[in-house]
Design a protein around this ligand. Structure first.
Ligand code: CA
Length: 571
């Protein structure tokens, strides 16, 4: 008899509360007022749901998995408050359990937050590899991969506290926006350090810190005039994601069934000659086996991703998103996602990773593109990345002898195609990132070539982006594997022999790179002509490229000499 009672109690308590409720809270006064709350518990679909305090439930959606309920609450005109959701069995009058839900008060002028723009310089950090501010969180009992700094592809212990600790360094360098690689939980068994295969998108990975520490980073950065950009992944999650292990719907992810390899051919998104199979494998194929491909054409998935993104902007007071693998998403779905975010925050900036080698193909993805309009497509994506400029800068500085199509004419040519972009000022310019061979590897730490490339990047139209370590001459070869281009920043770990975070800790060579970078970026801060000024450039002559950036009150002249000779310039 005793045993029987015990079992009964277990059965009752198993559904006595939700295991997950997402978003975990929301905000009063959002335009996205039809809030779809995902409730997760064993057999939760057996209950009807009602709300206290006159809060209106507009819809309750069940899926083929009884462990999920999607409850849409009308939050329009509701003041900040906490209400109850009552879960009641069909044959009962009394709720089996109650879940409280909070609508928080928004920050003042939250909707009008101004995102990063061409007046900023963005600093991209490989989050696991920058600085270990808290060695106590390097491993976590609940997460599989433990810290192993000796393993190039392992977790090294970099974290949010490490970023907070070095905001002064970043301020001195002259950067005004921070883009850390993804920080939400990635519980993969290996290579989780890159964190693009997330297992919980509402939770900061415990090896980086907590949600509260992420908010503290945002606040501390803002106090120093530095914006915070979140690296957001709409295209895929990791195979360790709890929802992949208990699918809400079979088509939450693209099924072949299960895995099929993406062909990475993004041209299939607009190629009028494309075959259906090639297009399907680009958009629906999985980036890699460990990253199930999200189905943005399922409205539940799209709304989940939209609400998650809105939640992070509001919760962490963000200034922008960088969206991973943007052009691999279902394009109508990702356009809706992007529009929803920019409808909610009209001045927020979002830069998409659109890694293509043709300006026409990249411009297709920028908001209000006339190229996209050919097929009535508008991505609503404010910003794209200048991969063609990065590609040119990766080799052009070795072309000392200019010919018809060699030398700085190739840089000039990059800007002759600006007419394709609806908004050339809102393009991210960079000489390297976490997926490319390091600039200083390509050019064997040739300081003059670094000076030329960085000057071009900092003075042409667009938003310059530095990859951590560029400023001290860090090198790394993608051909040797990703870990080589994602080395630990020297001085980020206690006991590092070389501490590049301070002038006295840097080598003479590192100081040379740092001092130039810091001088250029701090100069750039105060010179509006290179932010939003117009550009006028002149055909390179003898491998000398001259251009102006100008406004009504200021004109900046830039001369780049890529030949081996000193040259006299006639004005
Ligand atoms: Ca740590």
């Amino acid at each position: 008899m005793k045993k029987f009672l015990f079992l009964l109690l277990l059965a009752a308590s198993a559904t006595a509360q939700l295991q997950k409720i997402e978003p975990p809270f929301w905000y009063a006064g959002m335009q996205h007022s039809d809030l779809q709350i995902m409730c997760y518990a064993p057999n939760v679909a057996q209950y009807t749901v009602s709300a206290s305090g006159g809060v209106i439930i507009k819809n309750i959606q069940k899926t083929e998995n009884p462990n999920y309920l999607f409850v849409t609450v009308d939050t329009k005109n509701l003041p900040p408050q906490t209400f109850d959701l009552n879960f009641t069995a069909v044959d009962s009058k009394k709720p089996a359990f109650t879940q409280s839900y909070e609508l928080k008060k928004r920050r003042e002028n939250s909707r009008l937050r101004k995102g990063f723009d061409a007046s900023d310089v963005v600093y991209l950090i490989m989050s696991d590899r920058f600085a270990n501010g808290n060695p106590a969180n390097d491993s976590n009992p609940s997460l599989t991969e433990k810290a192993d700094r000796a393993n190039p592809g392992g977790r090294h212990g970099g974290d949010i506290q490490g970023m907070i600790d070095h905001l002064d360094y970043l301020q001195q360098l002259g950067v005004t926006a921070l883009w850390p690689t993804p920080l939400c939980e990635d519980n993969d068994t290996k290579y989780s350090y890159h964190t693009y295969g997330q297992s919980d998108v509402y939770k900061i990975d415990a090896r980086y810190g907590t949600n509260e520490e992420y908010v503290a980073l945002s606040k501390a950065a803002h106090e120093k005039g530095i914006k915070l950009i979140m690296d957001y992944v709409t295209n895929h999650w990791g195979a360790e994601h709890w929802m992949y292990k208990d699918l809400p719907t079979y088509d939450w992810f693209h099924q072949f069934p299960g895995f099929a390899q993406c062909n990475y051919r993004m041209t299939s998104q607009f190629d009028t000659n494309v075959s259906e199979i090639d297009k399907k494998l680009c958009v629906d194929g999985w980036f890699v086996r460990s990253m199930p491909d999200l189905n943005q054409s399922n409205p539940l998935v799209l709304n989940y991703l939209t609400q998650n993104a809105l939640w992070w902007i509001e919760y962490a007071d963000l200034d922008g998103f960088r969206v991973d693998t943007y052009s691999y998403n279902d394009k109508q779905g990702i356009a809706q996602w992007t529009k929803a975010l920019t409808d909610e925050y009209p001045y927020f900036n979002i830069v998409g990773e659109v890694w293509m080698y043709s300006q026409a193909q990249m411009a297709y993805w920028q908001k209000d593109s006339k190229i996209g309009a050919i097929e009535s497509f508008n991505s609503y994506l404010p910003s794209v990345m200048d991969f063609t400029l990065q590609d040119v800068l990766s080799s052009v500085l070795n072309e000392d002898q200019a010919t018809w199509d060699k030398g700085l004419i190739r840089v000039y040519n990059n800007f002759t195609n600006d007419f394709l972009y609806p908004n050339p000022d809102n393009i991210l310019t960079f000489i390297e990132n976490h997926d490319t061979t390091r600039f200083n590897e390509l050019y064997k730490n040739d300081f003059q070539k670094y000076q030329m490339a960085l000057t071009i990047m900092a003075t042409v139209r667009g938003i310059p982006q530095i990859y951590y370590g560029s400023e001290i001459g860090m090198s790394g070869d993608k051909g040797k594997g990703d870990a080589d281009i994602r080395r630990d920043f020297p001085g980020g770990w206690k006991g590092d022999a070389n501490n590049a975070f301070s002038a006295s800790g840097r080598t003479a060579e590192q100081n040379k790179f740092f001092d130039f970078t810091s001088k250029l970026l701090n100069w750039r801060k105060k010179n509006a002509a290179v932010h939003f000024g117009k550009m006028k450039h002149y055909l390179p002559d003898n491998n000398v490229y001259v251009y102006f950036r100008y406004t009504d009150d200021q004109s900046v002249m830039v001369l780049i000499n890529n030949s081996n000779q000193k040259q006299n310039i006639k004005t």
